[in-house]
Design a protein around this ligand. Structure first.
Ligand SMILES: [Zn+2]
Length: 56
């Protein structure tokens, strides 16, 4: 059976019959997703701050 390492916690998990793949569980899937969203928000915030400062 094919196994993959969960990108969030590194635990080996089944690829087949796994609704959360490549993650090992719903918890890890959501954790990774929220990590992603936080990154997005952080980048947008930085861009907004730069645009807000009248540099030139
Ligand atoms: Zn995991």
């Amino acid at each position: 059976m094919k196994k993959v390492k969960c990108p969030n916690c590194g635990k080996e998990t089944n690829w087949e019959n796994n609704p959360y793949r490549p993650f090992c569980s719903e918890k890890c899937k959501l954790a990774d997703l929220s990590k992603w969203l936080n990154e997005e928000y952080r980048v947008e915030e930085e861009l907004f701050v730069k645009e807000d400062n009248p540099g030139s």
